[in-house]
Structure formats: structure tokens, C-alpha cells
Design a protein around this ligand. Structure first.
Ligand SMILES: [Zn+2]
Length: 85
């Protein structure tokens, strides 16, 4: 049986690139979350600078920002179950 780690450092981190959704500040990663339900927000399509929450339909320009260190960030990615690319 091949043991595969679920938590992997995404390519863009290894290459020192930034994701449009996540900002890297030194050793911290800044992620944006919905101020209402604390879920991830995404850029609203067709609206510049506007974020929206797919869970509760919150929309606005100032989502909550959370700073995570690399370990916390990996857990965050793992919990999300999707790659931030
Ligand atoms: Zn929400």
C-alpha cells in the first residue's frame, strides 16, 4: 500500500508564486472569509473588487481577513479539500 500524505504544499507556494485568492506575507498567508458565516469568499464575477460567499450569498468589498502560518494554511487547504491555484 502506498501511503500518500493528504497535505501537500501546492506548487505555486513552492515556486514562490501567489494565488489570486491568497496573499503571502512573509511566512503568513492571508485568506479572505465571509464575515457572516466564516466560509471562503470568492471574487464576484463581473464585479471588480467585490467578493461573494457561495454559502450565505454575502457580497461586499471588505471580507474578513485571516492570517495563517504555513502549518495552519496547509490544514486550511486540507479542510477545504481543494487546491488553491
Ligand atoms: Zn457566508
Amino acid at each position: 500500500m502506498v501511503k500518500k500524505s493528504k497535505i501537500q504544499t501546492p506548487d505555486w507556494i513552492l515556486k514562490g508564486k501567489e494565488s489570486p485568492k491568497v496573499k503571502k506575507i512573509g511566512k503568513l498567508f492571508k485568506v479572505r472569509k465571509c464575515p457572516k458565516c466564516k466560509k471562503d469568499v470568492r471574487v464576484a464575477i463581473g464585479e471588480i473588487g467585490v467578493w461573494e460567499c457561495s454559502k450565505c450569498k454575502w457580497k461586499g468589498k471588505n471580507p474578513n481577513e485571516e492570517e495563517l502560518d504555513e502549518e495552519e494554511f496547509m490544514k486550511y487547504l486540507d479542510a477545504k479539500g481543494e487546491e488553491v491555484a
